[in-house]
Design a protein around this ligand. Sequence first.
Ligand SMILES: [Zn+2]
Length: 266
Amino acid sequence: MSFIANLRALHAVDSQVRGIKTRFGNAEGDLKRHQVQLDALLEKRKALEAQARQLQAGVANLELEDKGFKERLDHLRTELNTSSNPRQYNALREELKVVEGKRDGLAERILAQVENLDKLKADMAAGDAPLADRTRLRDLAKAAVDEAKSELGGRLAELEAQRGRAAGLLSEDVRAAFDEAAEQNDGEALAEVQVISLRHREFNCAGCNAELPLDAYSRVAAQREEVVTCLTCGRILYMDVVPEKPAAKKTKAAAKEAALDPDGLG
Ligand SMILES: [Zn+2]
Protein backbone atom coordinates (compact mmCIF):
# COMPACT_ATOMS: atom_id res chain seq x y z
CA MET A 1 0.00 0.00 0.00
CA SER A 2 1.12 3.52 -0.70
CA PHE A 3 1.92 5.99 2.02
CA ILE A 4 -1.35 7.85 1.53
CA ALA A 5 -3.31 4.58 1.30
CA ASN A 6 -1.84 3.60 4.68
CA LEU A 7 -2.81 6.97 6.11
CA ARG A 8 -6.33 6.62 4.72
CA ALA A 9 -6.64 3.11 6.15
CA LEU A 10 -5.61 4.49 9.53
CA HIS A 11 -8.11 7.32 9.16
CA ALA A 12 -10.95 4.89 8.32
CA VAL A 13 -10.45 2.82 11.45
CA ASP A 14 -9.56 5.84 13.59
CA SER A 15 -12.89 7.46 12.61
CA GLN A 16 -14.78 4.38 13.76
CA VAL A 17 -12.90 4.30 17.06
CA ARG A 18 -13.63 7.98 17.57
CA GLY A 19 -17.29 7.48 16.65
CA ILE A 20 -17.72 4.76 19.26
CA LYS A 21 -15.85 6.75 21.88
CA THR A 22 -18.01 9.77 21.13
CA ARG A 23 -21.13 7.63 21.57
CA PHE A 24 -19.79 6.34 24.90
CA GLY A 25 -18.83 9.83 25.90
CA ASN A 26 -22.23 11.26 25.02
CA ALA A 27 -24.08 8.50 26.86
CA GLU A 28 -21.88 8.98 29.90
CA GLY A 29 -22.30 12.74 29.69
CA ASP A 30 -26.09 12.33 29.62
CA LEU A 31 -25.96 10.01 32.61
CA LYS A 32 -23.80 12.44 34.55
CA ARG A 33 -26.09 15.36 33.74
CA HIS A 34 -29.21 13.44 34.85
CA GLN A 35 -27.45 12.22 37.99
CA VAL A 36 -26.44 15.78 38.93
CA GLN A 37 -30.02 16.99 38.49
CA LEU A 38 -31.39 14.04 40.44
CA ASP A 39 -28.86 14.58 43.23
CA ALA A 40 -29.96 18.21 43.50
CA LEU A 41 -33.61 17.14 43.88
CA LEU A 42 -32.69 14.46 46.42
CA GLU A 43 -30.66 17.00 48.36
CA LYS A 44 -33.65 19.36 48.43
CA ARG A 45 -35.92 16.51 49.50
CA LYS A 46 -33.54 15.58 52.32
CA ALA A 47 -33.51 19.17 53.55
CA LEU A 48 -37.34 19.31 53.52
CA GLU A 49 -37.54 16.01 55.40
CA ALA A 50 -35.13 17.26 58.04
CA GLN A 51 -37.18 20.45 58.37
CA ALA A 52 -40.39 18.39 58.67
CA ARG A 53 -38.88 16.20 61.39
CA GLN A 54 -37.82 19.29 63.30
CA LEU A 55 -41.28 20.86 63.02
CA GLN A 56 -42.92 17.59 64.04
CA ALA A 57 -40.71 17.38 67.11
CA GLY A 58 -41.58 21.02 67.90
CA VAL A 59 -45.30 20.30 67.62
CA ALA A 60 -44.93 17.23 69.87
CA ASN A 61 -43.22 19.37 72.53
CA LEU A 62 -45.93 22.00 72.35
CA GLU A 63 -48.62 19.32 72.61
CA LEU A 64 -46.91 17.98 75.69
CA GLU A 65 -46.95 21.49 77.14
CA ASP A 66 -50.65 21.72 76.28
CA LYS A 67 -51.30 18.46 78.10
CA GLY A 68 -49.68 19.99 81.19
CA PHE A 69 -51.95 23.05 80.96
CA LYS A 70 -55.01 20.83 80.51
CA GLU A 71 -54.14 18.80 83.61
CA ARG A 72 -53.60 21.99 85.54
CA LEU A 73 -56.96 23.36 84.39
CA ASP A 74 -58.79 20.10 85.27
CA HIS A 75 -57.24 20.25 88.70
CA LEU A 76 -58.18 23.90 89.19
CA ARG A 77 -61.77 23.25 88.08
CA THR A 78 -62.11 20.36 90.50
CA GLU A 79 -60.79 22.53 93.31
CA LEU A 80 -63.09 25.35 92.26
CA ASN A 81 -66.13 23.07 92.37
CA THR A 82 -65.31 21.91 95.87
CA SER A 83 -64.19 25.29 97.22
CA SER A 84 -66.34 26.75 99.96
CA ASN A 85 -64.10 29.65 100.82
CA PRO A 86 -64.92 32.77 98.70
CA ARG A 87 -61.37 34.13 98.89
CA GLN A 88 -59.92 30.80 97.76
CA TYR A 89 -62.64 30.55 95.12
CA ASN A 90 -61.71 33.93 93.64
CA ALA A 91 -58.01 33.10 93.68
CA LEU A 92 -58.73 29.83 91.90
CA ARG A 93 -60.83 31.64 89.31
CA GLU A 94 -58.05 34.13 88.68
CA GLU A 95 -55.50 31.39 88.22
CA LEU A 96 -57.89 29.51 85.96
CA LYS A 97 -58.18 32.58 83.72
CA VAL A 98 -54.41 33.01 83.55
CA VAL A 99 -53.79 29.35 82.68
CA GLU A 100 -56.61 29.41 80.10
CA GLY A 101 -55.04 32.48 78.51
CA LYS A 102 -51.66 30.73 78.35
CA ARG A 103 -53.28 27.63 76.89
CA ASP A 104 -55.03 29.70 74.20
CA GLY A 105 -51.69 31.30 73.26
CA LEU A 106 -50.13 27.88 73.07
CA ALA A 107 -52.98 26.59 70.88
CA GLU A 108 -52.25 29.39 68.42
CA ARG A 109 -48.58 28.49 68.33
CA ILE A 110 -49.43 24.81 67.76
CA LEU A 111 -51.81 25.75 64.96
CA ALA A 112 -49.15 27.90 63.28
CA GLN A 113 -46.60 25.08 63.49
CA VAL A 114 -49.07 22.51 62.15
CA GLU A 115 -49.82 24.87 59.25
CA ASN A 116 -46.08 25.15 58.54
CA LEU A 117 -45.80 21.39 58.65
CA ASP A 118 -48.74 20.98 56.26
CA LYS A 119 -47.18 23.47 53.87
CA LEU A 120 -43.90 21.58 54.03
CA LYS A 121 -45.69 18.30 53.35
CA ALA A 122 -47.44 19.90 50.36
CA ASP A 123 -44.05 21.09 49.06
CA MET A 124 -42.71 17.57 49.38
CA ALA A 125 -45.75 16.08 47.66
CA ALA A 126 -45.35 18.58 44.81
CA GLY A 127 -41.76 17.37 44.44
CA ASP A 128 -42.74 13.71 44.13
CA ALA A 129 -43.52 13.80 40.39
CA PRO A 130 -40.35 15.68 39.34
CA LEU A 131 -38.32 13.35 41.54
CA ALA A 132 -39.89 10.29 39.92
CA ASP A 133 -39.39 11.76 36.42
CA ARG A 134 -35.77 12.60 37.09
CA THR A 135 -35.13 9.15 38.56
CA ARG A 136 -36.66 7.56 35.45
CA LEU A 137 -34.47 9.71 33.16
CA ARG A 138 -31.38 8.82 35.16
CA ASP A 139 -32.26 5.11 34.94
CA LEU A 140 -32.78 5.40 31.16
CA ALA A 141 -29.45 7.18 30.75
CA LYS A 142 -27.76 4.50 32.81
CA ALA A 143 -29.36 1.79 30.66
CA ALA A 144 -28.10 3.59 27.53
CA VAL A 145 -24.55 3.62 28.90
CA ASP A 146 -24.75 -0.08 29.81
CA GLU A 147 -26.19 -0.89 26.40
CA ALA A 148 -23.50 1.07 24.56
CA LYS A 149 -20.88 -0.69 26.66
CA SER A 150 -22.11 -4.20 26.07
CA GLU A 151 -22.92 -3.65 22.40
CA LEU A 152 -19.81 -1.81 21.42
CA GLY A 153 -17.24 -2.74 24.03
CA GLY A 154 -16.11 -5.76 22.04
CA ARG A 155 -16.24 -3.87 18.76
CA LEU A 156 -14.14 -1.08 20.23
CA ALA A 157 -11.43 -3.48 21.38
CA GLU A 158 -11.42 -5.04 17.91
CA LEU A 159 -11.19 -1.65 16.19
CA GLU A 160 -8.47 -0.45 18.50
CA ALA A 161 -6.44 -3.52 17.60
CA GLN A 162 -7.08 -2.76 13.92
CA ARG A 163 -6.09 0.83 14.49
CA GLY A 164 -2.86 -0.34 16.09
CA ARG A 165 -2.07 -2.48 13.06
CA ALA A 166 -2.84 0.37 10.64
CA ALA A 167 -0.70 2.76 12.68
CA GLY A 168 2.09 0.18 12.74
CA LEU A 169 2.50 0.56 8.98
CA LEU A 170 3.47 4.20 9.44
CA SER A 171 6.58 5.72 10.91
CA GLU A 172 6.43 7.24 14.37
CA ASP A 173 6.69 10.78 13.00
CA VAL A 174 3.82 10.22 10.61
CA ARG A 175 1.69 8.66 13.35
CA ALA A 176 2.34 11.64 15.57
CA ALA A 177 1.45 14.02 12.73
CA PHE A 178 -1.73 12.06 12.08
CA ASP A 179 -2.75 12.09 15.76
CA GLU A 180 -2.14 15.82 15.96
CA ALA A 181 -4.13 16.51 12.79
CA ALA A 182 -6.96 14.26 14.04
CA GLU A 183 -6.94 15.95 17.44
CA GLN A 184 -7.20 19.40 15.85
CA ASN A 185 -10.01 18.43 13.49
CA ASP A 186 -12.35 16.14 15.43
CA GLY A 187 -10.88 13.10 13.79
CA GLU A 188 -10.89 14.51 10.25
CA ALA A 189 -7.15 14.20 9.92
CA LEU A 190 -6.98 14.16 6.14
CA ALA A 191 -8.03 16.60 3.46
CA GLU A 192 -7.79 16.45 -0.28
CA VAL A 193 -6.09 19.17 -2.25
CA GLN A 194 -8.63 20.86 -4.52
CA VAL A 195 -7.29 22.17 -7.74
CA ILE A 196 -9.14 25.40 -8.48
CA SER A 197 -7.00 26.35 -11.43
CA LEU A 198 -3.80 24.64 -12.31
CA ARG A 199 -2.98 27.34 -14.83
CA HIS A 200 -3.39 30.04 -12.20
CA ARG A 201 -1.85 27.87 -9.55
CA GLU A 202 -4.85 28.09 -7.30
CA PHE A 203 -5.32 25.29 -4.83
CA ASN A 204 -7.57 24.87 -1.82
CA CYS A 205 -7.67 22.62 1.20
CA ALA A 206 -10.92 20.64 0.85
CA GLY A 207 -11.08 20.40 4.64
CA CYS A 208 -11.21 24.09 5.48
CA ASN A 209 -11.33 25.75 2.04
CA ALA A 210 -8.25 27.80 2.78
CA GLU A 211 -6.02 28.60 -0.16
CA LEU A 212 -2.89 26.46 -0.34
CA PRO A 213 0.47 27.74 -1.48
CA LEU A 214 1.94 26.28 -4.61
CA ASP A 215 4.68 24.69 -2.55
CA ALA A 216 2.14 22.60 -0.61
CA TYR A 217 0.53 21.48 -3.86
CA SER A 218 3.87 20.56 -5.38
CA ARG A 219 4.94 18.51 -2.42
CA VAL A 220 1.63 16.63 -2.29
CA ALA A 221 1.64 16.12 -6.05
CA ALA A 222 5.10 14.60 -5.81
CA GLN A 223 3.45 11.78 -3.80
CA ARG A 224 6.50 11.16 -1.71
CA GLU A 225 6.38 9.69 1.77
CA GLU A 226 6.11 13.13 3.24
CA VAL A 227 3.49 14.64 5.51
CA VAL A 228 2.24 17.93 4.10
CA THR A 229 -0.29 19.74 6.25
CA CYS A 230 -2.66 22.60 5.63
CA LEU A 231 -1.24 25.60 7.47
CA THR A 232 -4.74 26.79 8.30
CA CYS A 233 -6.48 23.69 9.68
CA GLY A 234 -3.58 21.32 10.21
CA ARG A 235 -5.08 18.45 8.18
CA ILE A 236 -2.72 16.17 6.28
CA LEU A 237 -3.11 16.87 2.59
CA TYR A 238 -3.40 14.23 -0.13
CA MET A 239 -4.36 13.86 -3.76
CA ASP A 240 -5.81 10.72 -5.28
CA VAL A 241 -5.32 11.97 -8.80
CA VAL A 242 -2.54 14.34 -9.66
CA PRO A 243 -3.47 16.45 -12.67
CA GLU A 244 -1.08 16.56 -15.55
CA LYS A 245 1.10 19.60 -15.79
CA PRO A 246 -0.20 22.18 -18.21
CA ALA A 247 1.76 22.54 -21.39
CA ALA A 248 4.44 25.03 -20.59
CA LYS A 249 4.15 28.21 -22.54
CA LYS A 250 7.40 29.22 -23.97
CA THR A 251 7.25 32.71 -22.60
CA LYS A 252 10.34 34.35 -21.37
CA ALA A 253 9.12 34.18 -17.78
CA ALA A 254 8.17 30.52 -17.99
CA ALA A 255 11.45 29.58 -19.56
CA LYS A 256 13.29 31.37 -16.81
CA GLU A 257 11.15 29.68 -14.17
CA ALA A 258 11.59 26.28 -15.78
CA ALA A 259 15.32 26.78 -15.67
CA LEU A 260 15.14 27.49 -11.95
CA ASP A 261 12.59 24.80 -11.22
CA PRO A 262 12.95 21.74 -13.43
CA ASP A 263 9.77 20.13 -12.04
CA GLY A 264 7.84 23.16 -13.23
CA LEU A 265 5.85 23.16 -10.02
CA GLY A 266 7.36 25.82 -7.99
ZN1 LIG B 1 -7.17 23.20 5.71
